[in-house]
Ligand binder design. Structure first.
Ligand code: IPM
Ligand code: MG
Length: 360
């Protein structure tokens, strides 16, 4: 059966890095007989420019009928003044929510070749391999009511609502336990149960789900401590599971431990394993159009797409080893060059395709 993949380049460096990821997909088709049909659509600021909305109906329809979605990045200063509902970020949140992509997997892996790029000492981060499982369609990002209102005394008050229902907690917990089962069987749930009732319920439900996974060693940590432990001794973690907002923050910290946010892919999955795949980094407007962005996070997102949505783990392994090989050969984009020589976005993509070609 032909796999249908929706390609959403988005804004900023999105189109440049997506072009390199598409090259690797085309290479898999030619060399390994991978059967896929790719179709592109506008999204984010580009969607607004073309259709007046960051998530155009035609784009949503394509995403719904596809087996998986590959996304570049969204946003840019040009769109910051738009009314909130038309901003590129809203398109992303809308897609997550409309497709019920509740389980966001954000691995933080340190490639040994890049140990010197980390801001932490090499011994603290070498061998780092963490998986953050972030709840993506609930919590304070989506809770109602929300808004900015005027109080009796005339001043304005901003408000958002942090809510999690038991079934939302249960499904993300299961997702995290399932992942822990195929890793080192250690799961740390991050909450703020010393202050928030939502967290109290979160912890209770996670413990209950844990009874179905007796082999997994479950622990709990308050989010402030987790932020500290991530930079003090990150290798104590295997899988972490947390809410939407805490996961947003902690995953950026975890990403930085690896030296470059330009290396990290992510997956956002629904209950059937259909997913959207995107690099963790943003649209980097400051370097957009310069041809220097690192395409590896997007290329590694293709590997996750193959593994989690299309059941093609062998092809996923090929991509990951090709990326390892180009790093071994010394290819570096500016963000990971540590002051040394660097290659362009296109040269890095070409190197990965060449490395794929060399796999027998
Ligand atoms: C992320 C981003 C998004 C988020 C923004 C762009 C809406 O920071 O994917 O981590 O906050 O979820
Ligand atoms: Mg974020």
């Amino acid at each position: 059966m032909t796999n249908k993949i929706a390609i959403l380049p988005g804004d900023g460096i999105g189109p440049e890095i997506i072009a390199e990821a598409v090259k690797t997909l085309e290479c898999l088709k030619q060399k390994f007989g991978f059967d896929a049909e790719l179709e592109s659509a506008t999204f984010g600021g580009a969607g607004y420019d073309e259709f007046g909305h960051p998530l155009p109906d035609s784009t949503l329809a394509l995403c719904k009928e596809s087996d998986a979605i590959l996304l570049g990045s969204v946003g840019g200063p040009k769109y910051d003044q738009l009314e909130r509902d038309l901003r590129p970020e809203r398109g992303l949140l809308g897609l997550r929510s409309k497709l019920e992509l509740f389980s966001n997997l954000r691995p933080a892996i340190l490639y040994p070749q890049l140990a010197s790029a980390s801001s932490l000492k090499a011994e603290i981060v070498s061998g780092l391999d963490i998986m953050i499982v972030r709840e993506l369609t609930g919590g304070i990002y989506f809770g109602q009511p929300r808004g900015i209102r005027e109080l009796d005394d005339g001043q304005r008050q901003g408000f958002n609502t942090l809510v999690y229902s038991e079934n939302e907690i249960e499904r993300i917990a299961r997702s995290a336990f399932d992942i822990a089962m195929v890793r080192n069987k250690q799961l740390c749930s991050i909450d703020k149960a010393n202050v928030l009732e939502v967290s109290e319920l979160w912890r209770e439900v996670v413990i209950r789900v844990g009874q179905d996974y007796p082999e997994v060693e479950l622990s709990h940590m308050y989010v402030d401590n987790a932020a500290m432990q991530l930079v003090r001794d990150p290798k104590q973690f295997d899988v972490m599971v947390t809410t939407n907002l805490f996961g947003d923050i902690l995953s950026d910290t975890a990403a930085m431990l690896t030296g470059s946010i330009g290396m990290l892919p992510s997956a956002s999955l629904d209950k059937n394993g259909k997913g959207m795949y995107e690099p963790i980094h943003g649209s980097a407007p400051d370097i957009a159009g310069k041809g220097i962005a690192n395409p590896l996070a997007t290329i590694l997102s293709v590997a996750m797409l193959l593994r989690y949505s299309l059941n093609q783990s062998e092809l996923a392994n090929h991509i990951e080893s090709a990326v390892g090989n180009v790093l071994n050969q010394g290819f570096r984009t500016a963000d990971i060059a540590d002051g040394g020589n660097s290659v362009s976005t296109v040269e890095m993509g070409d190197a990965v395709v060449a490395a794929l070609g060399a796999i027998s």
